[in-house]
Each structure stands twice: as C-alpha cells, then as structure tokens.
Ligand binder design. Structure first.
Ligand SMILES: Cc1cc2nc3c(=O)[nH]c(=O)nc-3n(C[C@H](O)[C@H](O)[C@H](O)COP(=O)(O)OP(=O)(O)OC[C@H]3O[C@@H](n4cnc5c(N)ncnc54)[C@H](O)[C@@H]3O)c2cc1C
Length: 424
C-alpha cells in the first residue's frame, strides 16, 4: 500500500497522497457517482516515522457534489455484470484533512503530534483495522444466498414446465422428473440450505463475539463457501435450462456476475482460505485451541461400516478430515524446511493444496455441526425428517468429492463409498 497520510504538525492536518499510478485505489464501490466521503487506508507518517496503515475519513465531494481539491476519480469501466453498482478509481494529490478525520479506534495522533496505540506492532494494527471487512464478508454471503435462490427458483420452475420425452414417446414428462436434472440441481439446493444454516450461525457468532480467534475465520469461510456455491449454481442452472437459460431475461448472467463479485470483493476467496488455515494453525499451536474430536474411532469403527450416510457419522468424518489434513500439512512443512526451504517457499510454493483443502474442511465441519444443532432445535418431527434429508444430501456431496481421501485413509471402506453414491 503506497498511499500515505502524513501528519503536518504546523497546521494540525493530515496530507493524503497517492504517489504513483499503482497507489491509486481501484474498485471503490459507490466511489464515482455517489459517495462524497471515502474511508482511505494509508501508510501513516508522523514525525517522519511510518506508523503503519490506519484509516482516514476523506471528503471526496463538496456540498454541490463537485470533486474536492486534489481528489481525482474515474469510473472503473463497464463490468461483466452488476453495472448498477458504481466502482471508481480514486487518487489523492496532497489532499488536506483535519487531524480529527483519522478513525481512532485502534490508534490516534494527539494535538501535540504524538502517535499512540495500544497495539504495539504495525502488523497488529493493520489486522485490527481490516477486521472492519468482516461484516462485509457476511453481507457478501447474504448477497450470494439471494443469487443462489434466484437461480434455483428459475431453474426448478422452468424444469417443472418444460415437457420432454415420456414413456410413450411424446412430450409428457417435465424434465424435473429426470434423474439427471435432479442430480444436477438438488445437491446445489441442499448445500444452499446447509450453508444458510451455517450463515445464521456465523451472523449470531459475529453479533455475540463469543468465539474469539474464530470470528474472522468464520466470516471468511461463509463468504468463500457461499460465493463458490452461488457460482456453481448459476453455471449449472443456466445449462439445465437449455437455450431459454441463455436469454438475458432468465437472469442467470446477472446472478453469475453477483457470484463472481462474491468470489473477489472483500478479499479474494483463495487468499482468504490461506488466512483461515494460517489462523487455525496459530490457534492450535499457540493459543491452546483443541480441535473437536470425532465421537467414534474413525478408522476402527466407521472404517468398517457399510453405511456411513448418517449426519452424525459424516460429522465425525469431517472432524477426522480436519485433523488429518492439519497433521499432513505439519509433516509436509517439516519435510520442506528440512530440505532448506524458507517459510515463504513452504507456504507459497510447497503446500498450497493442503492449505486450501484444510480451510474448506474447517468450513464444512462447521457447516455440518451447525446443521446438527439446527435439527436439535426443531420441534416438529416432520420438519426434522425433511431437513435432515436435505442436510444429508449436502454432506454426502462433500464426502463424494473427497472419497479418494477417505478411502486411502481407511476412514471409509470402498463398499461404503459405493453405497454413499446410491444413498444420495
Ligand atoms: C465488484 C467489486 C467491488 C469492490 N469494491 C471494493 C471497495 O469498495 N473498496 C476496495 O477497497 N476494494 C474493492 N474491491 C477490490 C477487491 O477487494 C479486490 O479486487 C480483491 O481484494 C482482490 O484483489 P486484486 O483485485 O488485487 O486481485 P489479485 O490479488 O491480483 O488476485 C488475482 C489472482 O491472484 C491470486 N492471488 C493473489 N494473491 C495471492 C496469494 N497471496 N496466494 C495465492 N493466490 C493469490 C488470487 O487468488 C486471484 O485468483 C472490489 C472488487 C470488486 C470486483
């Protein structure tokens, strides 16, 4: 981050400046037409010392909506969708703002020009201020639920009306009755419901702030999982509506664009997955966090069963996957370090797949445990039966994707794996 905010003791002002083309702020939502204020993150220079990144409130337009002196903004350009949201490129050339425009939750500069913060390291302050993005990640997940539901609604409604070949050779059967159509659409819908329950759990945890180190991981995990599911749903449902799905009026293109917004905005999904795993390792190795254990002995008990399709067993399998991947990542890291690789090489060049898989395993373990809690809170036996079936479809879909892992780890025997495919 190159934009600076330099404290000028004489005037009691900060001077916000973007020194290079690359230091411009890209993609700023609402920044071109609508906003008249921006929260700008900038390297904070006080008495010649860089105190790290802090946030500042910078007026970008005056009361007549004219640009403020030193503020340049441009439209990002035509996007692949969501063009109703305006996105700007913002640049600041020696823009002066009062000292009080520094947002001071974690640090401040007093009238004498002294920088103060209870957080000792600039990196700690950076992570503290970027926690403001957490609520945004929950909002993105919510946005993606809407897009996913929209796709499913259009696709299922269409599939129930579109008649195709029936047993007598005439167009008498709605395509929704076909196994192929159901197998494509239903797991996506089931995952959407399971993720919705997980989303409600994350929102509550964020509101109550009771889960400590896990809060950022939960917010990132729900954002990544929900946006990937929205993207997969938009692509699949578009295809499942045939030519009609290709019409703009079917809205799949817009839903797909919303999903892609979700993949990238408020932090790229893959980068967030990396952070989830990093925080999990830190919690286990430095903060005394104990991973939730499977209730059964997975290899000795679940590994000998023919039917592993119950939610309780799958919850155990997910816990097993988290602890096994964590152990594998530890072993691979140790092996690469022994070969003389630097921590950077280990992280960025040697263990990426394990890091990504572990973050997803963490999220799916949380998702299924939220679903089990949700079922426990339902009064009606009928509701419980229906929702349990939905969650099982979602859970089995995850196990199917990772079946080679479970079989090679002897957590599921091959016959039980084959039975699972039928069970779904
Ligand atoms: C619709 C929309 C609205 C936005 N609104 C705002 C806004 O209001 N304010 C704002 O400040 N920003 C906003 N953004 C910007 C957004 O936060 C960034 O685009 C996002 O964080 C990704 O950064 P990037 O574009 O630099 O992508 P890059 O970091 O260049 O990512 C490109 C690819 O490289 C990969 N990659 C990058 N780094 C790593 C790594 N360390 N390890 C592995 N892979 C990596 C990524 O996975 C990705 O696939 C918005 C973006 C969009 C699309």
């Amino acid at each position: 981050m190159e934009t600076t905010s330099t404290y000028d003791k004489a005037s009691g002002e900060f001077i916000v400046h973007s020194p290079t083309d690359l230091s411009q702020k890209y993609w700023i939502s609402n920044g071109f037409h609508h906003a008249n204020m921006a929260v700008v993150f900038a390297q904070t220079i006080v008495n010649g010392k860089n105190e790290g990144v802090n946030p500042f409130l910078v007026p970008t337009r005056d009361s007549n909506h004219e640009l403020m002196p030193g503020v340049q903004n441009r439209d990002m350009g035509v996007k692949i969708g969501v063009n109703g949201v305006d996105n700007a490129i913002l640049r600041f050339t020696n823009v002066r703002i009062p000292r009080n425009n520094m947002l001071t939750k974690y640090a401040e500069v007093d009238a004498t020009g002294t920088y103060q913060s209870e957080l000792a390291k600039p990196s700690q302050r950076f992570f503290a201020v970027t926690e403001r993005l957490l609520s945004g990640r929950i909002c993105i997940a919510g946005l993606c639920i809407g897009a996913t539901r929209g796709c499913l609604y259009v696709a299922i409604k269409y599939a129930k009306q579109r008649m195709s070949i029936g047993p007598e050779g005439l167009s008498t059967v709605p395509i929704m009755n076909y196994q192929l159509q159901q197998n494509a659409i239903m797991p996506l819908m089931a995952r959407m419901f399971a993720l919705n329950v997980y989303y409600n759990f994350v929102r509550q945890a964020f509101k109550e702030q009771t889960l400590g180190w896990e809060i950022p991981s939960l917010c990132s995990s729900i954002k990544t999982m929900m946006s990937w599911n929205a993207e997969r749903t938009a692509t699949t449902t578009r295809e499942r509506c045939g030519g009609m799905g290709f019409l703009s009026s079917s809205r799949f293109a817009e839903y797909l664009a919303v999903a892609h917004t979700g993949l990238t905005a408020e932090g790229d999904n893959r980068v967030l997955m990396h952070k989830i795993t990093k925080d999990l390792i830190l919690a286990v190795t430095k903060k005394g966090y104990v991973l939730p254990k499977p209730k059964l002995n997975v290899k000795a008990q679940i590994g000998t069963m023919d039917d592993v399709s119950s939610l309780e067993l799958i919850s155990d399998l997910f816990r097993f996957r988290v602890e096994t991947l964590l152990a594998k990542l530890g072993a691979k890291t140790a092996e690469l370090k022994k070969q003389g690789k630097s921590p950077y090489e280990v992280n960025m060049m040697g263990t990426s797949n394990l890091i990504q898989d572990l973050a997803m395993a963490y999220g799916e373990r949380r998702m299924i445990d939220s679903c089990l809690d949700f079922l426990g809170g339902l009064d009606s036996a009928q509701d419980r039966k229906v929702m349990e079936c939905v969650f099982r479809v979602a859970a089995i879909d995850c196990v199917k994707r990772d079946l080679s892992f479970y079989i090679s780890e002897k957590a599921i025997k091959p016959q039980a794996g084959a039975n699972l495919l039928i069970a779904q």
